[in-house]
Design a protein around this ligand. Structure first.
Ligand SMILES: *Cc1c(COP(=O)(O)O)cnc(C)c1O
Length: 422
């Protein structure tokens, strides 16, 4: 017996859970090698971007007040533009979350009378209020911006006929969500996003295409902006923050669009020129530097969990063998007890708040209680190991993250152990 095996027992794990983990980890060696290979490529991409932009420790300095001439902030935005292969980028702690970043991009481009199109079905929950799919104060709908949606076909394919019919003279912006989020549709590969963009631009060349890139960054060697997206948008407490960034979001894209986004974020005329960085520049760079390996750790955890749980008979989306294009894993546990046990296991394995017992609560906007587990360094950071699910049929847990593979593994074994003990 090796030392790690014994140490895992100190977390209260049963022999059975530890042995299952060892078995499936062994089986996943080849798969993990492929993930490491992508991580290495992306690590090189990040280092090259930092070198090409002559990153230096002067860029870690802080600014206050208006934040004029913050060369750290400007260099960070150039580094993002290099990585995403775009003309420019807006990367700011003043962007409060992913929804905010997406809202900035939408309202920067769209004007009264314009129409927004989602050709990949319903967007992420929080965007429904932003767009005005259901009435909401301040929504795009209130400003006279209309919305059209074309659902994916039952097999997950694009409804090209429907998309062609939906594009009209008012269509100004197309929004494509890369990750399935908390739906059951497949996550889109960057390659498929590229095919969809080509099709859309063949019908209406001038239309702007925005990709909601949340949870997708660094999962593949290319990003949507490499295949024609005019803007890629995401959150810094997810993949590209590498777990170190305390708050922020990014938009990488064409110069004319980034300029509009900056005018929307700050004020017309001010744009990118203002925005104090308050001491966070260094963590923005360092988190980005770590992000490719952090994403690899999260991916390994997701695949490890899918392998184990599907072999125990629990349906997993994605399953243990298919390709991955984001870091989210869903496991259908089938009972409230198991869902609560799973989340309890993730929480107990956390570095922070391991002694807390998660319970379901009536979260605003949900019809059933929702349980959440996260023992995070950064509040709400979902690149850190975290799990949640509504306590209702089919009792599916959604989990993601893991700053290191070893922590992701411990969390999953701990969740497994508690489910096995029921
Ligand atoms: C997380 C996420 C968002 C934005 O969420 P925030 O919680 O506002 O950061 C948007 N779209 C997708 C697909 C996401 O995963």
């Amino acid at each position: 017996m090796n030392d790690t095996h014994d140490f895992l027992k100190k977390f209260g794990l049963s022999e059975k859970a530890i042995e299952l983990g060892e078995k499936y980890e062994k089986e996943l060696e080849e798969r993990f090698k492929k993930i490491d290979e992508t991580a290495e490529y992306n690590q090189l991409k990040v280092i090259k971007a930092m070198q090409d932009n002559r990153l230096s420790d002067i860029h870690f300095a802080s600014s206050t007040g208006y934040g004029y001439n913050d060369i750290g902030r400007e260099t960070l935005e150039s580094v993002y533009a290099s990585i995403f292969n775009t003309e420019d980028a807006l990367v700011r702690p003043q962007i409060t979350c992913g929804t905010h970043a997406l809202t900035i991009a939408l309202s920067a481009i769209l004007r009264p009378g314009d129409e927004l199109l989602s050709p990949v079905g319903k967007p992420y929950d929080t965007l429904e209020g932003v767009i005005g799919i259901h009435p909401s104060t301040g929504s795009l709908a209130e400003f006279g911006i209309t919305y059209r949606q074309v659902n994916l076909l039952p097999d997950g394919g694009f409804d090209y006929e429907g998309i062609k019919a939906a594009i009209n003279e008012k269509t100004k912006l197309v929004t494509i969500q890369r990750s399935k989020g908390y739906q059951t549709r497949p996550t889109l590969s960057v390659e498929r996003i590229g095919e969809l963009i080509s099709f859309i631009k063949s019908i209406k060349p001038g239309v702007a295409v925005m990709v909601d890139n949340c949870y997708g960054e660094f999962v593949e060697k290319i990003e949507p902006s490499d295949v024609g997206a005019d803007m890629c948008v995401g959150s810094l407490i997810k993949n590209p923050g590498g777990g170190l960034v305390a708050s922020g979001g990014y938009i990488a894209g064409k110069k004319e669009y980034i300029e509009k986004c900056a005018y929307r974020l700050t004020a017309p005329g001010l744009g990118k020129e203002v925005g104090a960085t308050l001491g966070i520049n260094q963590s923005m760079f360092q988190g980005l530097f770590l992000a490719p390996t952090v994403v690899a750790s999260a991916l390994k955890g997701a695949i490890f969990a899918a392998r184990i749980f599907e072999n125990l008979g629990y349906p997993c989306i994605p399953n243990g063998t298919e390709e991955r294009y984001d870091i989210i894993q869903a496991v259908t546990l089938g009972s409230a007890e198991k869902l609560i046990a799973f989340c309890g296991g993730i929480q107990a394995a956390s570095p922070v708040d391991s002694f807390v017992v998660p319970e379901g609560w009536a979260m605003p906007g949900y019809t059933s209680d929702v349980i959440m587990a996260a023992g995070n360094f950064i509040q709400g950071s979902s690149i850190e190991l975290s799990a949640d699910g509504p306590i209702t049929e089919p009792y599916a847990v959604y989990f993601q993250g893991g700053l290191t593979w070893y922590h992701a593994k411990l969390g999953i074994l701990s969740a497994l152990d508690r489910v096995l003990k029921l």
